[in-house]
Design a protein around this ligand. Structure first.
Ligand code: CMX
Length: 145
């Protein structure tokens, strides 16, 4: 039974697993030693994503990841988040097999999508964000894997 009495999102083909947890940091080089050296997570990828206003580092945790996000400036999503809340958990990302279907199903459920169309994220993946006010205060990303 779901809260609104409608069937749940079609979890079999759409939602697969948590892909990553996004963590906002002030400075990527200062944050990396904790996650890579103390926790022993392998640095899998590092990239500047201009469109998202971030420099990001992806660290492996099994088949999942921690994604460290440093802002390219104060007037970016992560820059504003840091100014308001300080460093810490920024978003969760759910791996989906078909992002267009995931967006359509979320919208059909009345969720507010920040992105109505997929955009390009880290590693060239197709991503879309759901507004935190539709997810109990948790900024949620779909990432097509
Ligand atoms: N998690 C939970 N709540 C958040 C949030 C976050 N990461 N960021 C902002 N909010 C909340 C704010 O606290 C605020 O709540 P209240 O109205 O209760 O105060 C509300 O969302 C609106 O916040 P805002 O500061 O007025 O609006 P912003 O201009 O900062 O926009 C958001 C917020 C979520 C729409 C914007 O950050 C966004 O579009 N995010 C998606 C893109 C993104 O985050 N990119 C960076 C990551 C890229 C990547 O992983 O590849």
């Amino acid at each position: 039974m779901t809260l609104d009495g409608r069937p749940p999102l079609d979890s079999a083909p759409v939602f697969r697993r948590i892909d990553h947890i996004g963590v906002a940091v002030e400075d990527l080089d200062a944050a990396l030693p904790l996650w890579r050296d103390h926790f022993g997570m392998e640095l899998a990828h590092r990239e500047t994503v201009q469109e998202q206003g971030v420099e990001a580092a992806l660290l492996d945790v099994g088949e999942n990841h921690v994604e460290l996000l440093a802002p390219l400036g104060p007037d970016t999503p992560v820059g504003k988040f840091l100014a308001k809340r300080g460093p810490g958990l920024h978003h969760i990302a759910i791996a989906v097999s078909d992002i267009d279907q995931a967006i359509a199903e979320a919208r059909a459920k009345g969720m507010e999508m920040i992105d109505h169309e997929p955009r390009i994220g880290l590693n060239g993946t197709r991503i879309a964000f759901v507004h935190p006010k539709s997810v109990g205060g948790v900024l949620t990303e779909f990432v097509e894997t």
